[in-house]
Write a protein that binds this ligand. Sequence first.
Ligand code: NAI
Length: 408
Amino acid sequence: MPEHHDVVVIGGGPGGYAAALYGAAAGLDIALVEEDRVGGTCLHRGCIPAKELLQTAEVLRTVSNAKEFGVDAGTPGLDLGVSQQRKQAVVDRLAKGVEGLLKGRKVTVLSGRGELADAGSLTVRVSGGDGETQLEGDAVILATGSAPRTIPGFDFNPPYVLSSDHVLALDEVPPRAAIIGGGAIGCEFASFLADVGSEVTVLEALPQILTGVDTDCATAAVRAFGKRGIAVHTDIRIEGYDRNGSEVIVRYTGADGEATASVDTVVVSVGRAPRSAGIGLEGSPVAIDSRGFVEVDPYLRTTADGVFALGDLVATPQLAHVAFAEAIVAVKTILGEHAVPIDYSKVPVGIYCHPEVAFAGLTEQQARDAGYDVVTAKHSFAGNGRALIIGETDGLVKVVAEKDGPLL
Ligand code: NAI
């Protein structure tokens, strides 16, 4: 007989552990299945390690610019191995914290791979880890997250072609790096690698890096990148790459025709694919879209009764704070409480490249396209006291509003 719980959660990242903690706090008996350590991409292969390494970059920048403040810090150097150890210590401490919270709320955590056992049932098979077992829930929450994806011809092959997972584990700085995809991950890594001494080239298919960011803000970031020697090529098409000894020669077509970038390593950051395969969804009533995302309604209900999905597994912004919010909506729905669907148009986003980029709501262009009578205000950091004091004058604040109306 399968072991019964009120809710069985598959996946212990921010979506899964938030659902478990919130549900347990509301009195539900929760089982959480995780094949690795709890914490998910955010804690082990994403936000936290990336931001920790970006902090290393910031410390190095600060020390390198110390003379300007009259502080003699000598000639700064970087030992990436030490930095990696510090990163791991931060990750381990936070992972212990999540484990402690789950234990404190009496969530049953099972180590192993979880998958729906039978089409249409709410039984979850757990294999590996603690051995094979079956769990049954009144509801099942799928929160298996996402994994780096790549483009044809660029299979991950360290040290030549890297995913974000590989970059976060680097113990040496590549002298030259090409980054394919100038989204959030691409820009954070471009910034990090440039700060720690790489010569960086960003290759982006669209006309602008940081898609979804207001053009004025993205342009300010590009300008600041340029000052630090980061080359940004937009509107390009990647053709492939050749190897010449330890060198990687990336071929691409841009506005001026065919071009190449000769580097030591290529980082592919063209988005993340949902991990919907291998969790028992094939042949089940849980619908999946053409890109592999599990289809859900605004309450995170899939097309199968009692089965919910959330986080990077569904086609909403792939952000940890979105997964947290979705977990609350899903658990409230399971509890029969009044759940308020998330307004995804108002999700705040913070991208931790240097300069940092943060926004919420509509860009100026999106506001115009939506038919608003738009007014904007722009204030450069060059005129801001704090920015001058810390020596960070690249950038601006931009406000987009409806004329005589609210902020957009
Ligand atoms: P992304 O979707 O943000 O950016 C991918 C970029 O690659 C896009 O600009 C796209 O146009 C470009 N691209 C796609 N195919 C290409 C090709 N063949 N050649 C050249 N360029 C190509 O995905 P990213 O950066 O991999 O991040 C994955 C997810 O993780 C995103 O949803 C992102 O929001 C999230 N994330 C959020 C962070 C934050 O909030 N600070 C940090 C890192 C990731």
